[in-house]
Write a protein that binds this ligand. Structure first.
Ligand SMILES: Nc1ncnc2c1ncn2[C@@H]1O[C@H](COP(=O)(O)OP(=O)(O)O)[C@@H](O)[C@H]1O
Ligand SMILES: [Mg+2]
Length: 358
């Protein structure tokens, strides 16, 4: 059974469609990430699911039960939707102890004190805060406060948990740790999770399936790996940080396995069409390649080389290069190899790495 089923969800603010005819399903115990740039409607969709925002149209079912259905005038109050929410800002109650913060949702639900403190202690152990029960909540670090918020969202054992940029507040060191722990916690407790994030790495790390949003509408939906390796639109390719270059489709290459695309009079590449593109021979295509799939090899000074480094930026473990090949500029990322502006390079781009979209 699906844990969440959304159909035709639309929400407008004035003339802006923050969510437009959004439809998806998440199976029970599944994980999905709503991914996209700032302002694409992620939070709006999450707030509609939670009942904190009233959609203009559509329906939302949780565990088969309609919680919102515009056509049938159903709109269940947020506290009766049996879900947990973790927001970017934790909103920890400063005047309460750690345990009281976590037990609060149980108090609201009328559970006796002994039982709710018992449950809170158990959940604190799950998130690695055993022994912190009686501390004032504000004396804990940002990461620990994040764990409190997590425990508080999970303590009433919701089957569906919504996370809005939940790791964005954490520093770079604790983010990967929390991501791994969150994934393990989700598997252990078995709740269905919806993660909202603008960060592809976070989405891939947390969720099996990705929904990419573009101006309130679903641009792409599918398994993380497939979406990253075989983007089906220029928007998706750009969002995942690929090079996107305009070219003209010549036609099938002599080997009949690849397509040939002319990027400039002096630069013709071979690659594959993304699924469902209907590319026209002689027509415009957008050629996409990941930056890390562009391999640069330093050329000996006396040898003719097709590429020249236009810019290099040191990023730590990696280095980012802008390389000019026959007047076309392509970005490359590689383990820091010390290439510098003006260096001549051979550029390796295998046909299997080039993806053509409309
Ligand atoms: N309460 C609101 N009033 C007016 N416009 C809003 C409101 N909330 C969101 N929006 C607009 O809706 C769009 C989607 O916003 P949001 O869902 O917050 O995006 P995201 O979470 O992906 O950054 C944006 O254009 C934003 O400005
Ligand atoms: Mg948001």
């Amino acid at each position: 059974m699906s844990s969440l089923r959304i159909q035709a969800l639309t929400k407008r603010y004035g003339t802006v469609a923050a969510a437009f005819e959004v439809a998806f399903e998440v199976r029970s115990g599944g994980t999905i990430a709503l991914l996209g740039p700032a302002g694409c409607g992620k939070t709006t969709i999450l707030r509609c699911i939670a009942g904190l925002e009233t959609p203009d149209w559509g329906s939302i079912k949780i565990d088969g039960e309609p919680v919102f259905d515009r056509a049938n005038a159903i709109d269940i109050a947020p506290e009766r939707r049996a879900l947990g929410v973790v927001f970017q800002s934790h909103a920890i109650w400063p005047h309460m102890t750690v345990a009281a913060n976590v037990a609060f949702p149980l108090k609201v639900r009328g559970m006796p004190e002994a039982e709710r403190l018992d449950r809170a202690a158990n959940m604190l152990e799950q998130v690695g805060l055993k022994g912190f029960e009686d501390r004032p909540a504000t004396l804990l670090s940002v990461e620990q406060q994040h764990r409190i918020a997590l425990a508080r969202a999970l303590v009433h054992e919701p089957k569906l948990v919504l996370f809005d940029e939940a790791l964005a507040n954490l520093d770079l060191r604790s983010r990967p740790r929390m991501r791994t722990e969150l994934r393990m916690l989700q598997e252990r407790l078995g709740f269905t999770a919806i993660y909202v994030t603008h960060d592809p790495a976070e989405a891939f790390g947390l969720a099996d399936d990705i929904i990419l949003l573009n101006h309130g509408a679903i641009e792409a939906m599918g398994p993380a790996r497939e979406m990253f390796l075989r983007p089906r639109s220029a928007f998706a390719a750009r969002f995942f940080g690929m090079n996107v270059l305009e070219g003209r489709l010549i036609g099938p290459a002599a080997d009949n396995r690849y397509l040939e695309v002319e990027l400039s009079a002096r630069l013709v590449i071979r690659g594959v069409a993304a699924p469902e593109q209907e590319l026209q021979e002689g027509g415009r295509v957008l050629a996409c390649i990941r930056k890390d799939a562009v391999r640069l090899i330093r050329a000996q000074p006396q040898v003719e080389a097709p590429g020249v480094i236009v810019a290099a930026s040191f990023l730590g473990a990696d280095e980012e290069y802008l390389v000019d090949i026959a007047g076309i500029r392509i970005e490359a990322v590689a383990p820091a190899s010390g290439l510098a502006k003006g260096d001549k390079v051979h550029v390796m781009m295998t046909p299997d790495q080039w993806v053509f979209v409309r």
